[in-house]
Design a protein around this ligand. Structure first.
Ligand code: NAP
Length: 350
C-alpha cells in the first residue's frame, strides 16, 4: 500500500528491502502507543537519496540497533511524523566532510533510515577503528554502547571484585549477555541470570557460562533467585526493575551493590511498578544502589576496547546477536525485541 504524502515523499508499507538504490527510506512514528506498540504506530517514508552538502557526508546504513529506550521515547520524546533516530553503522558513499572519505565505516545516531547525511562529531558520528577478525555486528553490540554499558556497570558502578557473586536480569539480551561474558573475564564468582523462557535460561547455563539461570515466569523472582543463589549475591545489574529489583534486594548480602541500568519491565505500561516493596532494606543491609547512564562514560570506550578486543580477535569471545535481515523489517525487529524474541543484541542488517 502506498499513499502520497508530499511532492517528494511517499508513505509506504514495506515488507522487503528498499525498492531501488536511488530511493531512501526513513521510519516515522505516526501515533503514540498505549501499551505494546504495533506496526500501525510506524510508517516507512520514501524520498530520493539525499546529496551531501558542504561539510557533510552521505552514509549508506548497514546495521541498525533497535533498543528498549526507543519504546520510552515513543511516549513523547519522538516527534510524530518525523524521522526517528537510533544507533546505526554505515559506510560513507560520498563525502564533502574533510574528516570522512568514501569507504569509511562510521557509527552515528541517525538510524531508522537507509541513508543519512552526517558530519563527523555531530549526532555521535565517529569513525570506528576496525579490528581484523572482529565482525561489523560487534561494533553495535558487545563492542558498542551495549557492551560499554555492561563494562561500566561492572567496573565503575559495582566495582566487581574477583570471586564476587553476581545476578543480572534480562540476562539473555544484549546488555545481559555482555554482563555475563565480561563478568566472567573479570573473575566473577557465581553468575546468575534471569530470562523470559526456560530455553533462554538453558542457553545461559549451557552456552554462556552462567552458573544458574531461571525463567522469571516460573514463580516469584524473589523465590527463584533465592533458590538459584542460596548463599546470596554480592552485586546485581538491573535491566528490568520492579519484581527483579525486589528479589535482588532480598538476596543481596550486607554491603551489596546494585547497578541500575534499565527497567524494561515497565516501558510498556503507564502503571507505576508495585515492587520493590523492600526498598528500605537498602538501609538495613547497607546496600549501594546507583543508576548507570552509558552516555556519561564514553571516555571509557578506548579502555574497554583494549580490554575486550583481544578476546574477540582470538575467537575466545564472539558477539551475541540476533540479526534480522532487511531494513523493511526494522519495526518487526523492534517489537520482537520488546517481546523477548532476541538472544543477545537485536540488530537489523541491510
Ligand atoms: P535486550 O535485553 O537485548 O532486549 C530487551 C529484553 O527485555 C527482551 O529480550 C526481553 O527478554 C526482556 N523483557 C521484555 N519485557 C520484559 C519484562 N516485562 N520483564 C523482564 N524482561 C523483559 O535490550 P538491551 O538493549 O540489552 O537493554 C537491556 C536493558 O538495558 C534495558 O532496560 C535498557 O533500557 C537498558 N539499557 C540502559 C542503558 C543505559 O545507559 N542506562 C544502555 C543500554 C541499555 P526476556 O525474553 O528475557 O523477557
Amino acid at each position: 500500500m502506498t499513499t502520497q504524502n508530499s511532492r517528494s515523499t511517499r508513505i509506504t508499507q514495506i515488507t522487503q528491502n528498499p525498492p531501488a538504490s536511488h530511493t531512501s527510506l526513513t521510519v516515522h512514528q505516526t501515533a503514540r502507543p498505549n501499551g505494546f506498540p504495533t506496526r500501525d504506530h510506524f510508517a516507512f517514508v520514501e524520498s530520493p537519496v539525499p546529496a551531501p552538502g558542504p561539510g557533510t557526508a552521505l552514509v549508506e546504513n548497514l546495521y541498525w540497533s533497535v533498543d528498549p529506550y526507543h519504546r520510552e521515547m515513543m511516549d513523547g520524546d519522538f516527534e510524530l511524523n518525523a524521522p526517528l533516530e537510533g544507533r546505526t553503522l554505515g559506510r560513507v558513499i560520498a563525502s564533502r566532510d574533510p574528516g570522512l572519505r568514501a569507504g569509511d565505516v562510521v557509527l552515528h545516531r541517525l538510524g531508522w533510515r537507509t541513508h543519512a547525511v552526517v558530519t563527523l562529531g555531530t549526532h555521535g558520528t565517529r569513525k570506528i577503528q576496525q579490528y581484523e577478525g572482529v565482525p561489523l555486528s560487534a561494533y553495535l553490540s558487545i563492542l558498542g554502547g551495549t557492551g560499554l554499558t555492561a563494562y561500566v556497570a561492572l567496573t565503575r558502578t559495582l566495582r566487581l571484585k574477583p570471586g564476587e557473586d553476581l545476578f543480572v536480569s534480562a540476562a539473555a539480551g544484549g546488555v545481559g549477555t555482555a554482563v555475563g561474558r565480561i563478568a566472567r573475564l573479570l573473575g566473577a564468582g557465581r553468575i546468575i541470570g534471569s530470562a523470559g523462557s526456560a530455553a533462554k535460561a538453558a542457553y545461559l547455563t549451557g552456552h554462556l557460562g552462567f552458573d544458574a539461570a531461571f525463567d522469571y515466569h516460573a514463580g516469584t523472582v524473589r523465590e527463584l533467585l533465592a533458590t538459584a543463589a542460596p548463599d546470596g549475591i554480592d552485586a546485581y545489574v538491573d535491566n528490568v526493575g520492579g519484581d527483579h529489583l525486589e528479589g535482588a534486594i532480598a538476596s543481596l548480602r550486607d554491603h551489596g551493590r546494585i547497578a541500575w541500568v534499565g527497567a524494561v519491565g515497565q516501558y510498556n505500561t503507564a502503571e507505576p511498578p508495585a515492587a520493590p516493596r523492600n526498598l528500605f532494606d537498602v538501609v538495613g543491609k547497607s546496600l549501594r544502589l546507583e543508576g548507570v547512564l552509558v552516555r556519561n562514560h564514553t571516555d571509557v570506550q578506548s579502555e574497554f576496547e583494549e580490554f575486550l578486543v583481544p578476546h574477540l580477535r582470538s575467537g575466545h569471545l564472539s558477539p551475541d546477536v540476533t540479526v534480522i535481515d532487511g531494513f523493511g523489517r526494522i519495526v518487526d525487529a523492534f517489537i520482537g525485541m520488546l517481546r523477548g524474541e532476541n538472544l543477545g543484541k537485536m540488530l537489523v542488517r541491510a
